[in-house]
Write a protein that binds this ligand. Structure first.
Ligand code: 3PG
Length: 418
């Protein structure tokens, strides 16, 4: 993709999509990873003496978030104040203030995405303006193109150059991520977008071999497409987490009361045969750490073999499986990791995922390229404090998953190519 480095920005007005969809609590930013990740592009643009820089992002899903919270409040018999809820979770002003503190430069705020042209034009030279949550406008996510275009056209009047640095939202075909590009003459990526593509793309095109894909998480259903895509390039596929038990059941093993998606047993079988046909080594758990229920203080039982007895739930991998992981991961030249291999949020079941994180870090230290994507595995590397030992930790959850599935992401497809 072309980036901000490939176009002239001096004297130009710039409109930039960022993904500042950060966790918020009572109007306070809880994790600034995505804000910090956009800073290099913002700073670079400002160093080029632009006319102005307008920033836009969504923050949560105001309607959906409020509905969920209201349902929960009703269930708990508590009062619910929608406005207060949105102000604590979905308003962009505290994010703009946070950005201002990190940027060391005034960030103006506009309370809407519509009707701001005069405000943009009145910014001082090089001034920065952050717009209110794009998802406060139903046009942002509208299914029909005509509705989206209403918002996209308006946003397009705020800049001469469109910069998309919102990798985390690149899988959404929304007014501010993709449709806006139709109304702009110049559409380029930021440095974060460039970096994400630089690390993720080789994993589905031509990764250094041997390549190991570690795919975990609760459900097979959400990971089938990525498993099929990664099979094309992987030398080994580690399948862990809740989804592993559907595969074990497909192989004829007993799984006790572990999580299983029965309707995916046939899919699991075909994936296993496809892997065998392509000579991809599949590594499923060969021993388990089980609990008597899904709880942090479940009674822990080590199950030394493949079969899980009745009444037991597989919640982490055992030492023999960890030995297989060690051998495979340390021999890899590239590694892509999406999804934990156990219930790492519960200390008693965290060892497998912690070991994977440390092994990927060690392999990286020895020269392997490692890419971690997906909310839960990113949370794991953060929990074990080794994010900086990975080659790349993606800022995208759904976006990195869809990228690895081989899908063309709408927010990237609209950018000019070199
Ligand atoms: C994310 O957090 O994955 C992105 O910001 C996209 O958010 P969304 O799933 O609400 O579209």
């Amino acid at each position: 993709i072309k980036t901000v480095k490939d176009v002239a920005l001096a004297g130009k007005s710039v409109i930039m999509r960022v993904d500042f969809n950060v966790p918020m609590k009572d109007g306070v930013v809880q994790d600034d990873t995505r804000i910090m990740a956009a800073l290099p592009t913002i700073k670079y643009i400002l160093e080029q003496s632009p006319r102005s820089l307008v920033l836009m992002s969504h923050l949560g899903d105001p309607d959906k978030d409020a509905k969920k919270a209201q349902e929960k409040a009703e269930k708990d018999g508590k009062a619910f104040d929608k406005e207060k809820f949105i102000a604590g979770k979905n308003r962009m002003a505290p994010v703009a203030a946070y950005l201002e503190s990190k940027l060391g430069k005034k960030v103006e705020f506009a309370p809407s995405c519509m009707g701001q042209k005069a405000k943009v034009d009145s910014l001082p030279a090089g001034g920065v303006l952050m717009l209110e949550n794009t998802r406060f406008h139903k046009e942002e996510t509208a299914k029909d193109a005509a509705s989206q275009e209403v918002l996209a056209k308006e946003l397009a009047t705020y800049g001469e150059v469109f910069v998309n640095d919102a990798f985390g939202t690149a899988h959404r075909a929304h007014a501010s991520t993709a449709t806006i590009a139709k109304f702009m003459k110049v559409n380029v990526g930021g440095f974060l977008m460039e970096k994400e593509v630089k690390y993720l793309d080789p994993m589905i095109s031509n990764p250094p071999k041997p390549m190991t894909a570690i795919i975990g998480g609760a459900k097979v259903s959400s990971k089938i497409a990525v498993l099929e895509s990664l099979l094309k390039n992987a030398s080994a596929l580690i399948i862990g987490g809740g989804m592993a038990y559907t595969f074990l059941k497909a192989q004829g093993h007993t799984v006790g009361k572990s999580l299983v998606e029965d309707e995916f047993i046939d899919t699991a079988k075909s994936l296993l045969s496809a892997a065998a046909a392509q000579h991809v080594k599949i590594i499923l758990p060969v021993d388990h750490v089980c609990g008597d229920g899904f709880s942090p203080d479940a009674k822990v039982t080590n199950v030394p073999g493949l079969d899980i007895p009745d009444g037991q739930m597989g919640m982490d991998v055992g030492p023999k499986t960890i030995a297989l992981y060690t051998e495979t991961i340390l021999a890899s030249k590239s590694i892509v990791w999406n999804g934990p291999v156990g219930v790492f949020e519960f200390d008693a079941f965290a060892k497998g995922t912690e070991t994977v994180a440390r092994l990927v870090a060690d392999a990286t230290g020895k020269g392997a390229i490692s890419v971690v994507g997906g909310g839960d595995s990113v949370a794991a590397v953060n929990k074990f404090n080794i994010a900086d030992k990975m080659s790349h930790v993606s800022t995208g959850g759904g976006a990195s998953l869809e990228f690895l599935e081989g899908k063309i992401l709408p927010g990237i497809a609209v950018l000019e190519t070199k």
